[in-house]
Design a protein around this ligand. Structure first.
Ligand code: NAP
Length: 253
């Protein structure tokens, strides 16, 4: 059980994959959870499942790169669940291509969701955190922040998430707010399944090949990331801020 059952968390991109696992884990730990996702139906289903298990949750369809939608969604969470003091900036997309084939739209949409989205969400939620004198922001980076062929847009966004993390940690620390980043390696979700499909490989073969390159000899599951997130948002993590933890089955950085 959580040490703080009344706290309210917002998870973006909570309709599936890593975001859904984090939302479920935080609900199990006693947080009320606002599940935000582009796909309203999937986050509504996630919220219903949490509520059916005795938790408190709300699913809201929102594009995190849109200022007005973000402000409206955060206000709704505050009104219906209470002041949000935990934020997981998890929503993400890939638009992979080698530089010479990457379009303006590929670049802008990836930076828009990851970086602009995390900026807008953090700015909207920080006022509740600073008012409460307690808060936790966790940003999803990636091992791709270290560079990855075909991902100039995505690796730039994920490296940017680390800069955002460190700067917000410096600005918000005096208000009792910590800001950390999780940089996952290969996690089995629809995002990695889509990559397998794009390169013409079965998802099973891709996971087996990836596992051979990972020191612990398996790919990650969404729950591996949720476990790390659960620690970062806990009271026990109050002296950990501005950090990037690679959750990748080995030392990626
Ligand atoms: P996923 O299965 O593709 O889920 C991403 C979720 O984000 C989807 O539900 C998607 O909604 C939502 N989303 C996309 N754009 C959005 C927007 N503008 N506003 C709100 N929600 C939006 O991906 P995942 O694998 O769980 O990844 C979660 C996070 O971890 C991402 O930031 C990703 O970059 C990061 N990550 C993943 C891996 C990995 O191996 N899987 C590794 C490193 C980092 P729709 O369903 O409507 O598209």
């Amino acid at each position: 059980m959580s040490e703080s059952p009344s706290r309210v968390a917002i998870v973006t991109g909570a309709g599936r994959g890593i975001g859904a696992a984090i939302a479920n884990r935080l609900a199990a730990d006693g947080f009320a959870v606002g599940l935000l996702d582009l796909d309203e139906a999937s986050c509504a289903r996630g919220a219903e499942a949490i509520t059916a298990d005795g938790g408190r949750a709300l699913g809201i369809g929102v594009d995190v790169s849109d200022t007005e939608q973000v402000e409206a969604a955060v206000t709704r969470v505050a009104e219906e669940l209470g002041p949000p003091t935990v934020l997981l900036n998890n929503a993400g997309i890939t638009r992979d291509n080698l530089l010479f084939k990457m379009t303006d739209q590929d670049w802008d949409s990836v930076l828009g969701v990851h970086l602009r989205g995390s900026f807008l969400m953090s700015r909207a939620v920080q006022k509740y955190m600073t008012e409460q004198g307690w808060g936790r922001i966790v940003n999803l980076s990636s091992t791709s922040a270290l560079g990855n062929r075909g991902q100039a847009n995505y690796s730039t966004a994920k490296a940017g998430m680390q800069g955002l993390t460190k700067t917000l940690a410096i600005e918000l620390g005096k208000f009792g707010v910590t800001v950390n980043a999780i940089a996952p390696g290969f996690i089995a979700t629809e995002m990695t399944a889509a990559t397998a499909e794009r390169i013409g490989m079965s998802f099973e073969d891709m996971q087996q090949a990836a596992a051979q390159e990972i020191p612990v000899r398996r790919v990650g599951q969404p729950e591996d990331i949720a476990n790390m997130a659960a620690f970062f948002v806990s009271d026990q993590a109050s002296f950990v801020s501005g950090q990037v933890i690679y959750v990748a089955g080995g030392p990626k950085a």
